[in-house]
Design a protein around this ligand. Structure first.
Ligand SMILES: [Fe+2]
Ligand SMILES: [Fe+2]
Length: 371
C-alpha cells in the first residue's frame, strides 16, 4: 500500500503549475497520482478551515459550564452508571488518540491541523464524562483518579498505521460513537426501549448527550468527506482499505478497559450498542454514504476486478465501478468543493488560494466505456 500522504507533503513545482493551469471547465484531463494527491490535500485544507469556523460558531460548549451538574441525578440505575464509567474510560485515551494518529498524518496540513482540533473536542468529551461519573454520586474522586491511572497505565495503539486505512477506520468509529451517545440520550429523555433504563430520565444527562452526539456527528462528517475524496480519486486503494477495516473493526480501547466484555454486554442489553446497531446503523449507513451497498458487494467487486484472462485468452476486468455508486460519490465530492468555494468566497480566500474541483479520470474513463 503506497503512502497516500507522501506526495501531499511537498508537491513539485511542475505538479502545482500543471494543476493550476488545468482550470476546471476546460477539457477533462488525465490526472497523475501526484496531482490527485494535491487536489485531495487542498480539499482537506479547505474542509478543515470550514470546519473550524463552524465548530467555533455552533458547538462551542464547555464541559463544566454548559451543564447544570448540581442537578445531575444521583439515583440512576446500576446499568446507566456502568455505561457512564465505560464512556469515561473510552474517552480517557484522548492523548493517545491524538499523538498516535498525528505521527501518521503530520505531513498533511489539512489532516493534521484538523486532528488537533478534533483532539480538542474529544478532550472535552473526556471531561464531560468525568463530571458525569463524579456527579452521579456513585464514585469518589479517589476512585476516579485510581481508575484513570489504571486506564492510562496502558497506551492505546493505532489499529492501522497508514493514513488511508485510518481515515476509513475513523468513519466507522465516529459513527459508532455517535450512535452510542444518541441512544444513551434516548434513555436520558425517558425514551429508551430497554427495560433496564426505563427509570433513567435526566434532563442534565440529556443535554450532555445532545452536545456530545452533535460533536461526534460533525467528526463523522469530516472523516466521511475525506474518505469520499480518497474513494473518488483512488477508488481501488480506498475500497481495499475500507474492506480491510471492516473485516477487523473493533471499537477503540476495548482491549485496554478492564471488564470490557461486561460493558459490551450492558450496552447490548440496554439497546445502546450491539451487533444490530453496528451492522445496520453503522456499517450499512456509512457504506451507503460511501457509495457502497454492502461489504459483500464491495468484496465481490474487488474480486471480480482482479479476474485474469478467461479460457479464450480474453482479459475480463469487471470494473469496481459497477459495484459502487460513483455518480453518488461524485455528486457528494462536487458539493464538498462547492461548500469550500463558498467559504473561501466569504473570506476572500478565493482571490488568493482558490480550491478547484477536478473530475476523477477513472470515472470519466469508465463512463466513456474504456475501462
Ligand atoms: Fe468523543
Ligand atoms: Fe469523535
Amino acid at each position: 500500500m503506497p503512502d497516500l500522504n507522501s506526495a501531499i507533503i511537498a508537491p513539485e513545482d511542475s505538479i502545482i503549475s500543471e494543476l493550476d493551469e488545468m482550470r476546471p471547465n476546460g477539457p477533462v484531463a488525465n490526472l497523475s497520482r501526484n496531482q490527485r494527491y494535491l487536489i485531495i490535500e487542498r480539499a482537506f485544507v479547505g474542509l478543515y478551515r470550514w470546519y473550524v469556523a463552524r465548530s467555533q460558531a455552533t458547538r462551542n460548549w464547555l464541559p463544566d459550564k454548559s451543564f447544570d451538574w448540581r442537578n445531575f441525578r444521583k439515583d440512576h440505575s446500576p446499568e446507566l452508571n456502568r455505561i457512564l464509567e465505560g464512556f469515561f474510560a473510552v474517552e480517557q485515551y484522548v492523548p493517545d488518540y491524538v499523538t498516535a494518529l498525528l505521527k501518521v498524518i503530520r505531513q498533511s496540513y489539512g489532516r493534521s491541523h484538523f486532528h488537533l482540533r478534533w483532539g480538542s473536542e474529544e478532550e472535552k468529551h473526556a471531561d464531560l464524562w468525568r463530571n458525569a461519573v463524579l456527579f452521579s454520586g456513585q464514585r469518589s474522586l479517589a476512585w476516579v483518579e485510581e481508575y484513570g491511572a489504571t486506564l492510562r497505565g496502558q497506551e492505546w495503539q493505532l489499529p492501522w498505521d497508514d493514513p488511508l486505512h485510518m481515515i476509513m477506520y475513523t468513519v466507522f468509529q465516529e459513527r459508532a460513537t455517535q450512535l452510542n451517545y444518541v441512544n444513551l440520550g434516548l434513555a436520558a429523555k425517558g425514551e429508551s426501549p430497554a427495560p433496564d433504563l426505563a427509570n433513567d430520565a435526566d434532563p442534565v444527562l440529556a443535554e450532555c448527550c445532545k452536545h456530545i452526539a452533535m460533536d461526534e456527528a460533525a467528526h463523522y462528517n469530516f472523516f466521511l468527506e475525506g474518505a469520499r475524496l480518497f474513494m473518488y480519486y483512488f477508488p481501488e486503494d480506498s475500497l481495499q482499505a475500507m474492506v480491510d477495516v471492516l473485516r477487523h473493526f473493533a471499537m477503540p480501547a476495548g482491549k485496554l478497559i478492564p471488564n470490557y466484555d461486561k460493558l459490551a454486554e450492558i450496552l447490548h442489553r440496554c439497546s445502546i450498542f450491539g451487533p444490530r446497531q453496528h451492522n445496520k446503523d453503522v456499517v450499512k449507513a456509512a457504506l451507503g454514504q460511501l457509495g457502497a451497498e454492502s461489504l459483500k458487494s464491495v468484496e465481490d467487486g474487488i474480486r471480480r476486478s482482479r479476474e485474469v484472462p478467461d479460457e479464450n485468452g480474453t482479459t475480463i476486468r469487471t470494473s469496481i465501478f459497477e459495484t459502487l455508486n460513483f455518480d453518488f460519490i461524485e455528486n457528494k465530492v462536487v458539493r464538498l468543493f462547492d461548500r469550500i468555494r463558498d467559504y473561501e468566497a466569504e473570506i476572500g480566500l478565493d482571490e488568493v488560494a482558490p480550491t478547484h474541483f477536478f473530475p476523477s479520470p477513472e470515472l470519466r474513463a469508465f463512463k466513456a466505456g474504456s475501462v
